[in-house]
Design a protein around this ligand. Structure first.
Ligand code: NAI
Length: 549
């Protein structure tokens, strides 16, 4: 029974006759022996009978808790259909309803009241060796805010993708929630809420608690990759800055988001026939996401030969107060890096108000790239887009704001207003666009293109730290794999079905950069490739009984 109850060892009806004899399973299973292929067909059939998203999510999560090999095999067979159910967007429902749908334990719950026993909690972990740990405090879950302990759905979902795409063995992953309370009144008053029923701790007490966790981790699991996930903005960057020199760690919301956007841009620039160093880039929005992408872009521009100053001169950022310029008093230090001196505007044609908005920037700059991270739906209006497209052959336009109704433009409009010349990627999913008799696929900038592959690269190269240069190397490798390089109607990003293979290329770029920087032991490129291939787990049953010769 123990074997049937252990999801990574359980084969269910696929236990062979010999295995059933050896482990005393006869009678505990129906007599028919099935193959994994047959089980996958049956499991898909059962899945298809579920008639709402939450039910589909529950079904897949319970399959994961019953037979993990079959779970990954099913996901692999239907990745495009099932990924949105185990991860975004449906995982948001899973987090909101976490306490109602909770069935079996998975991962570690580290609650503030147990702060003096964190080493013991870590010691109780389900698997001894951990390659990748994803941790959240549940405060900024996707677009749905504070979910308290329900945030656990995110590390679980994210690690499923590390295993599915990166091939990190599921037994070597660990989801963790730091339960520091919740400020969500609906959760606090719900009788079924399973977390610590208390308002969030904050300030020094918060950072001290996180530090107790990190110090215990360093002792119990040295060398494990720690990915911070869905922390609120005021905590996300300080935690990353505090630990990035001390641990193998990164924040996917900050670094993964920037890397996937940069990778998609690199693919688009290549597809347009241009070079990175010749681009003039305009951002609409100057929040955390825009500054993160701009920072990686500036670094990549410098890698392509521009000086720091030249790279900065190519990037224009516009927010509510207009373009970032050095005489503005309302800029944060991160934004000030992109502020242009007032003299740069001397020769510009300006509106009577003197305020330089997006339209004015597009009028005065020969922009090749326009990126929206503003949350302002429809901000890329027809005159703005037509003006940009008048000056260049292949405008690269990425309306990245989520959800769909906040997208700065729709792909259909962008193609219409540019006579089909625009290269488009979005933040939210859009169906392919019919444009003058051809069907144009639209890429969605989703971090899943980056983080599982980065994890694979870190594990296979045994890297000691994660640097921004490693993330940029990952972005470049992603850009190289853009289907649009060979086909004008193809999307800028590959299909999910191709991601396992592309993950190996990205992992190689990450590992090679780690070695170049002296953050991993050097080995030959073929050896690194072999290590990556060997580290990428495929969902197949273990053989408990040797086949007879
Ligand atoms: P944020 O709130 O930090 O930043 C929003 C920025 O837009 C601010 O600089 C604000 O001044 C500016 N803005 C708002 N209204 C404006 C207006 N009327 N005119 C000009 N500027 C205006 O938000 P954050 O985290 O930077 O995210 C922005 C958007 O990007 C969100 O919709 C988010 O969903 C999306 N996003 C998409 C990603 C992807 O595609 N993979 C990744 C991360 C974020």
């Amino acid at each position: 029974m123990h074997l049937l109850d252990t999801p990574l060892l359980n084969k269910g009806t696929a236990f062979t006759d010999e295995e059933r004899t050896l482990f005393g399973l006869h009678g505990l299973l129906p007599p028919q022996v099935e193959s994994l292929d047959e089980q996958a067909v049956r499991a898909y059939d059962a899945y298809r009978r579920k008639d709402d998203d939450l039910e589909r999510h529950i079904y897949l999560r319970s399959l994961q808790d019953r037979n993990e090999t079959l779970f990954y095999r099913l996901l692999n067979d239907h990745i495009e259909e099932l990924m949105p159910v185990v991860y975004t967007p449906v995982v948001a429902l899973g987090c909101q309803h976490f306490s109602q749908i909770y069935r079996r334990p998975r991962g570690l719950f580290i609650s503030y009241p147990l702060r003096n026993s964190i080493p013991e909690l870590l010691h109780n972990r389900p698997n001894a060796n951990v390659d990748v740990l994803v941790v959240t405090d549940g405060e900024r879950i996707l677009g749905i805010g504070d979910q308290g302990v329900g945030g656990m759905g995110i590390p679980i979902g994210k690690l499923s993708l590390y295993s599915l795409i990166g091939g990190i063995h599921p037994a070597r992953t660990l989801p963790v929630v730091l339960d520091v309370g919740t400020n969500n009144p609906d959760r606090l008053k719900a009788p079924e809420y399973l977390g610590w029923r208390h308002e969030r701790i904050s300030g020094d007490a918060y950072y001290e608690f996180v530090d107790l966790f990190v110090q215990a981790l360093k002792h119990e699991l040295p060398g494990t990759c720690i990915q911070w996930e869905d922390f609120a903005n005021p905590h996300a960057r300080p935690l990353l800055e505090r630990y990035r020199e001390e641990l193998l760690t990164f924040n996917d919301d900050i670094q993964g988001t920037a890397a996937v956007a940069l990778g998609t841009l690199i693919g688009a620039i290549k597809a347009s026939g241009g070079n990175l160093r010749d681009q003039e880039i305009v951002f609409y929005g100057a929040g955390a996401a825009a500054i993160g992408v701009a920072d990686y872009l500036r670094e990549a521009l410098q890698e392509s030969g521009l000086s720091c100053q030249e790279a900065g001169r190519r990037i224009w950022i516009v927010n509510r107060g207009g373009v970032l310029r050095s005489d503005r008093q309302d800029l944060s230090p991160e934004q000030r890096v992109y502020a242009h001196p007032a003299e740069r505007f001397d020769s510009w044609v300006l509106p009577a108000t003197g305020r330089i908005d997006l339209g004015t920037v597009i009028q005065n700059v020969r922009a090749t790239i326009l990126i929206g991270l503003s949350t302002v739906g429809g901000a890329f209006s027809e005159p703005i887009v037509r003006e940009m497209a008048r000056k260049i052959e292949r405008p690269i336009i990425f309306p990245l704001s989520n959800p769909t109704d906040r997208s700065e433009a729709t792909p259909g409009d962008l193609l219409e207003w540019t006579d089909g010349r625009a290269l488009v990627a979005t933040g939210s999913p859009f169906a392919p666009v019919e444009f003058r008799g051809r069907k144009v696929a639209v890429a969605q900038c989703n971090n899943v293109y980056i983080f599982p592959a980065v994890g694979l690269g870190l594990v296979a190269s045994r890297a000691r730290r994660v640097t921004d240069k490693m993330m940029i190397a990952a972005a470049r490798a992603l850009g190289e794999s853009s289907p649009a390089l060979g086909d004008r109607s193809a999307a800028l990003l590959p299909r999910l079905t191709e991601l396992r293979g592309i993950a190996r290329e990205i992992a190689f770029a990450v590992g090679a950069e780690a070695q170049r920087a002296g953050l991993a032991e050097p080995c030959s490129p073929p050896e690194l490739r072999d290590r990556i291939a060997a580290a990428q787990w495929t969902p197949e049953y273990p053989r408990f009984v040797q086949a007879k010769a």
